[in-house]
Design a protein around this ligand. Structure first.
Ligand SMILES: [Zn+2]
Length: 157
């Protein structure tokens, strides 16, 4: 899998709980799947510097953002049996610790409604602005790492 070269000169050691998306997407849709895995490792290691740089790459690339968001939806569906309402409608309380972005919720609602495949996800991410794509990617990461740290209570604390 392709790795993105960063201005930071270190690598993060994988401590993954979830399997990152497979490399097939890379060939078929031009998504940089390795970037998602690299970002996941940086976030698990709480490295803000790498996270920021990698997120900028993801936000600029609809296919890769689609892989990340789709992966978060998949992990969530597998853990809860479906996508919880909070991902479709947003948090109920303004002070809730987990606040999914509106951009992420709009994609999750489509995913829930018609089981968006990769092509649909990429098209959706392509229609978002760079800011929205960044927010969707940030929520996806928060979910993947949050489920790791807090288990199923994560979204409803
Ligand atoms: Zn780093």
């Amino acid at each position: 899998m392709a790795r993105i070269l960063l201005s930071t000169d270190h690598v993060h050691r994988p401590r993954r709980r979830w399997f990152p998306p497979t490399a097939d997407e890379e060939k078929e849709h031009g998504a940089v799947v390795g970037l998602v895995a690299q970002l996941y490792d940086a976030v698990l290691d709480k490295c803000a510097q790498c996270q920021q740089e990698l997120l900028a790459h993801v936000a600029g690339d609809p296919s890769t953002a689609g892989v990340l968001v789709g992966w978060a939806c998949l992990i969530t569906s597998e853990n809860y049996g479906e996508l919880p309402w909070i991902l479709l409608e947003g948090a109920e309380r303004a002070d809730a610790p987990f606040q999914p972005s509106a951009a992420f919720c709009s994609i999750a609602a489509e995913y829930d409604h018609c089981g968006l495949g990769p092509a649909g996800l990429y098209a959706f991410c392509g229609a978002l602005s760079d800011d929205e794509r960044l927010q969707a990617a940030e929520t996806a990461l928060e979910i993947v790492v949050g489920l790791d740290d807090f288990g199923l209570d994560f979204m409803f604390r």
